[in-house]
Structures are given as C-alpha cells and as structure tokens.
Design a protein around this ligand. Structure first.
Ligand SMILES: Cc1cc2nc3c(=O)[nH]c(=O)nc-3n(C[C@H](O)[C@H](O)[C@H](O)COP(=O)(O)OP(=O)(O)OC[C@H]3O[C@@H](n4cnc5c(N)ncnc54)[C@H](O)[C@@H]3O)c2cc1C
Length: 439
C-alpha cells in the first residue's frame, strides 16, 4: 500500500532544518552500504566507522527526512506488545529479556548523546501514562506492580484523585509516572548524530535513493539514482519509508505495516498557561484507542500534540482539525487556539509488536519500532554494527524475533478500517470519552 499524505515541515525543522550539504560523492567501494539516514542508519554508520570499517550511508532525500525528525521528541521506551503476548510467542525468559531491552536502549541513547556532546534540548521530565477508563487504570496499576517495578523500572501509580499534580483535565482516570523518560529536540539530536557520524569518517550520500541491490560475487552491488557502490555488507535502515522510493526494498516493506501519525504545534501560549495545563511538565501519552501523545515545546511556550488522527491518509487540513479536537477534548480551553505547524510521519509496526533485528536474504536489517524509536533506533543501529563486525556484543535479546509479513497490500485498507472500527467500538463500550466524533 502506498500512502500519500501532506508532508509539511515539522516544527523541529525551524531550528534544525534538513541539510543537503552532505551530498558527498558515492564511493566505488565500501565495507558497508547503509540504506537510510535516520537514527538507525547513522548510529550504525558511526559505530562501524569507529570499528574501522569504511561506510557509506545512502539516503534518498536529506538525512533525517524520515521519522527521525518528524516525531514527538519523547525519549523513553515502550514495546507495542505487552509481556503476556511476548511470553506466549517467545517463552517467559526471552520475553523478560526483550522487555529489559527498553530501559537499556534509553540508557544507551542518553550515553550516546553525552559521549558525542550532542546539544539537543534534553530535559529529564519523566512520562505520564494517562488512563482513559477505570479499566485501563487497573491494567496500568497491574503492569506497574507486577511487571515494571519488579524489573527495577522507576515508576509509580498516580491515583485519580492525585492526577491534578500532573495534568489539568477531568478526562483521564489516573495513570502512572515513568521517571527515567526524557524530552528531546529530535531535529537537534539527529543533526548531532549526523555530525558525529561524519567525524568518525562515515560517508553520507544524500539524494541517493537506492533502486537496486544485486549480489555480485563476494560483494553487493547497490545502485542509486546517482551512482553505485559495491559493498561487502548491506544494511536496511529505511524503516517506515521502505516503500516510498523504490520496489527494491519490497521484502522489507512487506514486513513493516506503515501507518501515518500526525502532529501539530499550537501558537505561542506562554509558559504560565502551558504549565497550568500540564503542571507535571512531563511527556504525556494516553490509552484511548485514538491515542494521543503531547508535551510542552522545549521552550515551554507551546503544546505539541500528536495522535492517530486516522489510520489512513488524510488531507493536512483535516488532520490538523482532528488533532485540534483531540486536544480540546482534553483541554477544552484550547478549542480556539491557533495552530502554527502541522506535519506527519510514518510509523513502522512489526507483526511481533517489538523491534526487529537480523538478516533477510543476506541483508542486515533493524527496524519496526512501533512508534517508540528515538532511543531504540540508535541502540539497534549500534547493535547491528556489533553483529556486522562480529564483536562480543553482537548477541541481542531481539535475535529470537524474525520478520513476518503482513497480509497483502490489497487487503490492508480493509484490515485497517476494521481495526479502526473495532477500537472505536471498544472505547465506546468502556465509556472512554472519545476524543472526536469522526465525520
Ligand atoms: C509522527 C511520529 C511520531 C513519533 N513519536 C515518537 C516519540 O515521541 N518517541 C519515540 O521514541 N519514537 C517516536 N516515533 C518513532 C521514531 O521517530 C522512529 O522509530 C525512528 O525515528 C526510526 O528511525 P529510523 O532511522 O529507523 O527510520 P527513519 O528516520 O524513518 O529513516 C529512514 C530513512 O530511510 C530513507 N529511505 C527510504 N527508502 C530509501 C531508499 N530506497 N534509498 C535510500 N534511502 C531511503 C528515508 O528517506 C528515511 O530518511 C515517532 C514516529 C513518527 C512518524
């Protein structure tokens, strides 16, 4: 399925615009050719170059064109699949090891930012997970007490009557705070990672969409729209954008269900008003089916609001309107607030509901972060580098996963529509206050 939707400039590009300056020539040969210049590809390139490999990152547009500079900047972790689903699929021990990779990825990425001296408006805010119904609150309590706290995750339940310290709304029914989560400016983080990769000696070739990958003797021949490179190893790091530029990545695209997510930035509200609405000053995520995630902008002057305005493509104006209504369902006083920026990006869902890593048809891959990739993508990129270099750190708890295909693209629109209706029905049955009436 090809998705078409408005791709307006993200708020983050105001202070960290994408830059084509890295349109370096494509070398004839490299040890490793990496497809995609987001967090996964750049982190893999940085580490491989430090391990002494010659590396070229081939990026279809400007580095950072994809999800890495279009996201909400909520730096934390969360697997789509919960522990019981993981246990059913992989067994208890492997499931717990996968869960534990979440906090490890966060620590890794915070360490990466520090080590490379990346200035990216990092703030230690914690995250508030807001329950949309009493049943959701009970599930959150159960998860906190039986899964996360025993794993050593710093988190606590917030009772409904104490919620006012976190957020000024009557919509939610309590929730939980995850203390270790942070806020980041993803555009600045990406720019810093790009600079680090260049410093390490990696080559970055922008405007170089890969169009064909062929095995040629001991090496791979990787063709792009502006030249080709032969490489010993090839890395797929195109995640939710795999289908956008070429059919050559189809085997990977077929394993990533790509859904749009939308964001808006309000007009300047002023720090006092933002603080009054979000006294906790955290990153916020709710459990409604038309799930919302929101936060203060790094300067505390605006609210950035993201959500699943639709599971299918939408006109930008419609998406903006829906998100504004999501926002005013939580903060009615913002119903008439101006929206200065509106943008969208593509989230890649793996069928297993957790990050994927490994080799398919001889090509290394990492991706499928299910919307939680700011910490996980750099971590998996680093891990892939260890695998390629054959270091002692090559093994990963995600090794038990394997890419699984989704139903054929001709059936996907129907499946997505059914999924959307099912979730709306579930919300209604549970009395969840719907964020919007879809028209
Ligand atoms: C709207 C939105 C909100 C999100 N919010 C959050 C959040 O708050 N917190 C969080 O943790 N995660 C969030 N995420 C997820 C996170 O942004 C991603 O998981 C992460 O950025 C993935 O990085 P990546 O490098 O794997 O992929 P991307 O950043 O998508 O990079 C893939 C790159 O591959 C390139 N490419 C594609 N095809 C080709 C080709 N043929 N040749 C060459 N290059 C190609 C693309 O141009 C693109 O630049 C969000 C995602 C979206 C879309």
């Amino acid at each position: 399925m090809t998705l078409h939707f408005a791709e307006d400039a993200p708020y983050w590009h105001r202070e960290a615009p994408l830059d084509s300056a890295e349109a370096q020539p494509i070398p004839e040969k490299a040890d490793v050719a990496i497809i995609g210049g987001g967090f996964t590809g750049l982190s893999c390139a940085l580490e491989l170059a430090r391990l002494g490999r010659s590396v070229v990152v081939l990026e279809a547009r400007e580095p950072g064109f994809g999800a890495s500079t279009r996201n909400g900047g909520m730096l934390g972790w969360g697997h789509r699949a919960d522990l019981s689903k993981l246990e059913q699929r992989y067994g208890a021990e492997a499931a717990r090891a996968i869960m534990a990779e979440g906090p490890v990825s966060l620590a890794f990425t915070l360490g990466l930012m520090e080590r490379e001296g990346i200035d990216c408006d990092l703030q230690h805010t914690g995250r508030f997970l807001a329950a949309a119904s009493p049943r959701h609150f009970n599930k959150i309590r159960r998860d906190v007490e039986t899964v996360f706290q025993p794993m050593g995750v710093a988190c606590r339940v917030v009772e409904p009557q104490d919620q006012g310290a976190e957020i000024s709304t009557q919509v939610y029914c309590g929730g939980a705070v995850f203390d270790a989560h942070h806020a980041v400016h993803p555009g600045k983080f990406h720019r810093g990672l790009l600079a680090a990769a260049l410093r390490s000696g990696a080559k970055i070739a922008s405007q170089a969409a890969v169009t064909k990958i062929e095995h040629s003797g001991e090496r791979w021949r990787v063709r792009t729209v502006r030249g080709e490179v032969t490489a010993r190893e090839v890395v797929f790091a195109a995640n939710g954008y795999a289908a956008q530029f070429t059919k050559a990545l189809k085997p990977f695209a077929d394993t990533m269900l790509t859904l749009p997510s939308f964001l808006i930035a309000t007009q300047r509200l002023g720090q006092n008003r933002v603080k009054a609405l979000m006294p906790g000053g955290r990153m916020y995520v709710d459990t409604r089916s038309s799930h919302s995630y929101f936060r203060p902008s790094p300067d505390g002057e605006r609210i950035l609001w993201g959500g699943r305005a639709s599971l299918t493509p939408l006109e930008e104006a419609t998406a903006t309107d829906r998100l504004r209504r999501h926002m005013s369902s939580v903060f009615p006083e913002l119903a008439d607030t101006g929206i200065d920026d509106s943008w969208t990006g593509r989230i890649a869902y793996s069928r297993d509901g957790v990050a994927q890593i490994g080799k398919l048809n001889g090509i290394w891959y990492a991706g499928g972060y299910c919307g939680s990739g700011i910490a996980m993508a750099p971590f998996q990129g680093w891990r892939l580098a260890q695998k390629i270099a054959g270091t002692a750190e090559a093994a990963s708890p995600f090794d038990v996963t394997s890419l699984r295909g989704w139903p054929p693209s001709s059936l996907m629109p129907l499946g997505i529509r059914a999924f959307e209706l099912w979730h709306r029905y579930k919300d209604r049955r549970e009395g969840v206050l719907a964020p919007i009436a879809y028209r």
